[in-house]
Design a protein around this ligand. Sequence first.
Ligand code: ARG
Length: 267
Amino acid sequence: MKKFLAIAMTAVMVLGVAGCSSSKTEEPKEEEQTEATEGETAEGEVLVMGCSADFPPFESYADDATTIEGFDVDMMNEICSRIGMTLEIKDMNFDSVVAAVQTGKIDVGVSGITITEERKESVNFSDSYFVAAQSILVTKDSPITGYQDLLDGDYTAGVQLGTTGDIMASEKLGDRVSQYEKYGDALAALLADKVDCMILDTGVAEAFAAANDLVVLDETFGTEEDKEYYGIAVAKENTELLDKINAAIADMKAEGFFDELNTKYAG
Ligand code: ARG
């Protein structure tokens, strides 16, 4: 996970220490109707976060198979405690997260989402909290040695539908790309030799490699400039929430909270 750490460190600032809270259950509670206003609990209003819980170490299921945990969950629990809200998490396919924010089905999309110009047409993004790139994940005996091999050869690649990995790979490799709704299915395809590699975010590629005895190539998919910045997606009209989230992120960066998270998840 060294690469994960190196990249992560460029995204955050140093100083101080802050605690990090742990995971939350996935169970999307119906909006609670209490004596108070709809959607409020003793700990404040509920903030519904949508994610595709197939993206370790950012969001994935814990061993109990019901709790969603990870970097994004810890970050959102901390943000919620700072802005006086209670976090609820909904698992969905990645390609519906931005639309769900836009239509108000969820309050925030927090799913290792790369800030892109196209997505910015539909939603606003918070300040960036993480920097990533697209990695090439292969089996140990793979003949693929780097990006150029993929461009030149006739190798196939598995991606998650609607991700930046999908967009980049589809642009360069055309119909040699297979799209899967969940990363688990793309990974299963790679392990069963149905695709020759996977194109996905660096930290996540490292996590899958470690758990499945796979290899992340040194060379990333694309060029040095192809860096990606993760942000929290918020509906365009919800500027008050966005401002609160950005203020919390700025404080958390200054207090070293993200350093803690990087250490926790990069090992
Ligand atoms: N960073 C990439 C993107 O924004 C991939 C995110 C996938 N996230 C997930 N939780 N599956 O397109």
